[in-house]
Each structure stands twice: as C-alpha cells, then as structure tokens.
Design a protein around this ligand. Structure first.
Ligand SMILES: [Zn+2]
Length: 309
C-alpha cells in the first residue's frame, strides 16, 4: 500500500478524490425481493389449495358432531394435511428449492456491488485494482448469505404453516364457517408477507455490508468512512422519523474515534450504546449505511499519534 501511495503522489498533482458513494444495486435487489416474494406466494397458495377439502370435511364433521355426539369425529380430517405440509416445509427438497430460487438474484447483487466498488476505487486513485482482486473470490461471502437467507425463508414457511394450524383448529372447534376461517388465515398471510419482505431487505443489506468489508480488506485497505443515508428514515436523525433509535447511525457517522470524523478501522468498526463492532449496513435492522474505503495519505490524513511508525 505504501508504494501505491508514492506512485500516486508522483503521478498526480491534485489531491485524489474520495471514492464515490456506492450506488445500491437497485435492479438486482428488486429481483431478489421478487424471488423471496414468489416463494412466499407459493407457500400461501399451496397451503390454501390443499387445505380446502380437509377443512370442508372438518367443518361438516364438527357440525354433525355438535348435532349428535355420536356423529362424525371432526378432528380426524386435518392431521394428515398438517403432517404432510409440515413435513414438506421441513424437508431437504423444500430447502433446496428455496435456495435455488434465491441463488441467482443474490449472486447478481454481489456481482453488481463488487463491480461498483472496483469502479469507484479505481477512479478515485487512478490505478486499476482488478488484478489485485484476482483469485479473491466473493463466493464464500455469497454462500454464507445464501445459507442464512435460505434458513430464514424456510423458517417463515414453517411458521406460516403452524399459524394456519392454530387458526384452523380454533376456527373449526368454535364452529366457524369456511369464510371466517379463511379470513383469519388471511391475517396470518399479511404478517408472513411483511416478514419475508423484511428478510429480503435485511439480507441484502448484510450481503452488501460484507462485500463492503471484504473488498477493501482484500486490497489491504484498513479504514473506511461511515456513510449514512441522510434521510428522514435514518436512525438517530434528529429531524427524521427515528430520532430516539437505540443505535443512532446519524451520530456514529459524525463520531471521531481518533482517525477523523466518521472514520473507523475495518477490523474494529464503531462502538455505540454498549455495542461493539458495529458496521454500516449491519448496525441495526434496516440500516442503509455504506462504507467508503479510505486510504491514509491518499484520501485522508491520520493524526500524528495514529500514524504508523
Ligand atoms: Zn445505518
């Protein structure tokens, strides 16, 4: 890195600009959201389709049981359905399916984020770093994200099935009809949809944050500037919607821990409100902050007491 600084100083007269704020990979993020949403829609439509017949039988059975205690035992119609669905959503086959649906969109987010990182660092220093990243694959980073996302989405499908089971049992034993029970399931559907959306958004932010950490580390860059989103949804923004959030990115991005305002070490991150190792994009759920790689002597000057001796 030192020779790079010298090379740069010799080659350029004017001060190099800081790397541009990375643009989010919006199109790729939307594709990932869409894939997660497709999985959610498939779970709901499959459960609702296969529930119809056993539910109708259970409702009729419950009525005949209420009219004549010796009538149909209503509770015999649903267990097979529950068993089959719970087994399916816990199976390796379902896990593989979820994984295969989100693999490509997640890889595309990673590739686009990587492409933009390289472009902005190249531009800011005037050196092409592509060769230095050869052999340093993002594959393990993407795999980690893929595993975690798959687990979360599989959990959502299982939880939805369990909630359907509770709503149906309660509805039938209360003597509710098809429509009323469907309505109650509809409410669970809304919660599940929201949860899938949150997972998609959060997993995207985590993946981008991991790449924002890995790529500078691959190049031996040790510092970054904490770039906050500077909008009303930012946590801790005194004029925004969440001025009292526990982790205030607004404050962190303006903190000086000894390297300059908003500058942190990649291997340390920030400490705030009793938490350590905080990084942009991962500081809290829905954190939309990013890292700007910062090279001392090029993009900023380390204070004398922090300079390597
Ligand atoms: Zn943030």
């Amino acid at each position: 890195m030192k020779s790079l600084v010298e090379k740069n100083q010799a080659r350029r007269k004017k001060k190099p600009s800081k790397p541009e704020r990375p643009k989010p990979a919006l199109k790729e993020e939307r594709q990932f959201m869409g894939a997660v949403d497709d999985v959610y829609a498939l779970v709901v439509s499959e459960v609702m389709r296969d529930l119809k017949t056993p539910l109708r039988q259970a409702i009729a059975g419950h009525r005949s049981y209420m009219n004549d205690a010796a009538g149909d035992t209503w509770s015999k119609h649903l267990p097979d359905f529950y068993k089959e669905k719970l087994k399916r959503f816990a199976s390796q086959g379902w896990r593989n399916y979820v994984r295969s649906r989100i693999k490509m969109p997640l890889s595309r987010i990673a590739a686009k984020t990587d492409e933009r990182f390289l472009k902005s660092i190249n531009k800011s220093i005037g050196v092409d770093f592509a060769a230095l990243l050869k052999g340093k694959s993002l594959k393990p980073t993407v795999e980690t994200s893929l595993d975690e996302s798959t687990n979360l989405i599989v959990d959502v499908s299982n939880d939805f099935m369990k909630k359907v089971q509770i709503a149906v049992n309660r509805g039938v034993s209360n003597g509710f009809g098809m429509q009323r029970i469907a309505q109650e399931i509809q409410e669970e559907t809304g919660t599940t949809k929201k949860r899938s959306k949150l997972i998609a958004r959060d997993q995207t932010a985590k993946l981008v944050s991991d790449i924002d950490t890995k790529r500078p580390a691959d190049l031996g860059i040790e510092y970054y500037e904490w770039l906050d989103s500077r909008d009303e949804r930012e946590s801790g923004n005194p004029n925004g919607k969440y001025p009292n959030a526990k982790i205030k990115c607004w404050h962190i991005a303006r903190m000086d821990v000894g390297y300059g305002s908003g500058i942190f070490r990649l291997d340390e991150g920030a400490s705030y409100a009793g938490e350590t190792g905080l990084h942009p994009g991962k500081a809290h759920i829905n954190c939309r902050c990013r890292k700007r790689p910062m090279i001392p002597g090029i993009h900023f000057e380390l204070p004398d007491n922090k300079k390597p001796r």
